[in-house]
Design a binder for this molecule. Structure first.
Ligand code: AFP
Length: 346
C-alpha cells in the first residue's frame, strides 16, 4: 500500500487550510459579525445551505457545486420512493431492479454534474473507471457512491449518497486532493452533512425543499459509547477480535444497520464511538472502497475532531492507485481509533 509523503498539509478543523479568507465578517463589520447579523428575526435562525457556505467563505464555484449536488439528493430521494412504493399492487424492487436503482441514481448524478460547469471528471462505484464529463478545464473532480446501502431499500432502513470533491487528481492521497466531502442520508428525514474544510455541518431538508442548518461545527467527544462492527466474527483476525472484545467488556453498545452512511451518521450525531469494517482473514483489504466511501467520511470525521485509519495509517494518507481500491477502516472518536491501532500493532 502506497503512502503519500508527509506534505504538512493537514487541514485543521477550523479549516483555515482551504480558504484564502476567514469567515466573512458580514457587511462592513470588521469585528466579525455573528451569523445572521442584520437579518430580521424570522430568518435569523433559519440558515440555508447556500447562505451558510457564503458566510463561511467557501469558494464560489465549490459552494455552487455542493449546492447542485445537494439538490440532486431530492431527485434521488424521489427515485427511491418511486421505485419502492410498498403499496399493494405495486411491484416492489428486488434483485436486478434494486441494482438498477444504483445505476439510475448514478445517471441522475452524472447528468447533473455534466451540466454544472464545475466538474471535469467523475468517478463512481457504478462505473468501471473515471470518466471525463466536462471540457477538461473545470476545477473539480467528483467521486460518488450514488446509493450506498441499496440492498436495504426494501427494508425501509436508511441509505445514503457519499460524495468526495477533489482538485487536480484523485490518484493521490485524500489529504492532498480533497477540498470537500458530503453525504446525504435518506431516512425519516433527509439530512446532509458537508465539510469544505471549515468544520462539519448538518442540514435538514425542510418541507419547503430547503436545506436548513441543524447542527454547525459538529465536534466529537474524545471517547464514545457505541461501536458498529462490520464483517462476520468468524472471519475477523485475532487482533481485531481482541479489540472488539475489549469494547464489549467496556460496555460499548453495538449499533450496526448494514448501511455505511447511517452507521457513520450515528457516530457523528451521537458525538463519538467507532465504525469498523476490518481486514478479514480471506480479504485483507476489507470490503469498503477507499475512494468512494472511506475518503469522504474520513475527511468529514477529521473535520469533526475524529480520526480514520486503516488500522496502521490515516485513511487520508493512503494513496489511491485504483478507483476500486478497498481498505480496512476504523473511524470515529480518537480514543477508540487509537485503541484499534494499538490492538492491531500487537
Ligand atoms: P450495499 O450497497 O451492497 O447494500 O452494501 C452496503 C455496504 O457497502 C456498506 O454500506 C455497509 O457498511 C456494508 O456494505 C455492509 O456490509 P455487510 O453486509 O457485509 O455487513
Amino acid at each position: 500500500m502506497k503512502l503519500c509523503p508527509g506534505n504538512g498539509k493537514t487541514l485543521p478543523a477550523d479549516g483555515s487550510g482551504v480558504f484564502s479568507g476567514k469567515i466573512l465578517a458580514g457587511r462592513g463589520n470588521e469585528k466579525g459579525a455573528s451569523m445572521g447579523e442584520g437579518i430580521n428575526d424570522y430568518t435569523k435562525n433559519i440558515v440555508d445551505l447556500r447562505r451558510h457556505m457564503w458566510m463561511a467563505g467557501v469558494e464560489v464555484e465549490l459552494r455552487r457545486l455542493i449546492w447542485q449536488i445537494a439538490v440532486v439528493g431530492k431527485y434521488i430521494s424521489a427515485k427511491i420512493h418511486e421505485s419502492n412504493r410498498k403499496l399493494a399492487g405495486f411491484k416492489n424492487i428486488y434483485g436486478e431492479e434494486q441494482l438498477a436503482l444504483d445505476r439510475v441514481t448514478d445517471d441522475i448524478l452524472k447528468n447533473k454534474l455534466h451540466h454544472s460547469g464545475f466538474v471535469s471528471h467523475y468517478a463512481s462505484e457504478e462505473l468501471e473507471d473515471i470518466v471525463a464529463i466536462g471540457n477538461g478545464q473545470e476545477k473539480y473532480i467528483v467521486t460518488a457512491d450514488p446509493l450506498d446501502g441499496s440492498s436495504l431499500v426494501d427494508t425501509n432502513l436508511a441509505i445514503g449518497t457519499i460524495i468526495g470533491i477533489h482538485q487536480k487528481s484523485i490518484f493521490d492521497c485524500g489529504r492532498n486532493s480533497m477540498v470537500a466531502a458530503l453525504y446525504i442520508t435518506y431516512g425519516p428525514l433527509i439530512t446532509m452533512i458537508y465539510s469544505a474544510g471549515k468544520g462539519a455541518h448538518e442540514f435538514v431538508l425542510d418541507r419547503e425543499g430547503e436545506y436548513v442548518l441543524s447542527e454547525e461545527k459538529i465536534q466529537l467527544k474524545e471517547k464514545g459509547s457505541i461501536f458498529s462492527p462490520g464483517g462476520l466474527r468468524k472471519d475477523w483476525t485475532d487482533e481485531h477480535l481482541k479489540f472488539i472484545e475489549k469494547l464489549e467488556q467496556d460496555g460499548y453498545k453495538l449499533r450496526y444497520s448494514g448501511g455505511f452512511v447511517p452507521d457513520i451518521n450515528q457516530v457523528l450525531i451521537k458525538r463519538g464511538g467507532l465504525f469498523t469494517y476490518p481486514a478479514l482473514k480471506k480479504s485483507p483489504q476489507g470490503k469498503l472502497r477507499l475512494l468512494f466511501e472511506l475518503q469522504p467520511m474520513a475527511f468529514i470525521m477529521e473535520q469533526a475532531g475524529g480520526k480514520a485509519t486503516d488500522g496502521k495509517q490515516d485513511i487520508l494518507s493512503v494513496k489511491v492507485t485504483s478507483v476500486n481500491q478497498r481498505s480496512p477502516i476504523y473511524i470515529g472518536s480518537a480514543t477508540e481509533v487509537t485503541m484499534a491501532e494499538q490492538f492491531l500493532s500487537n
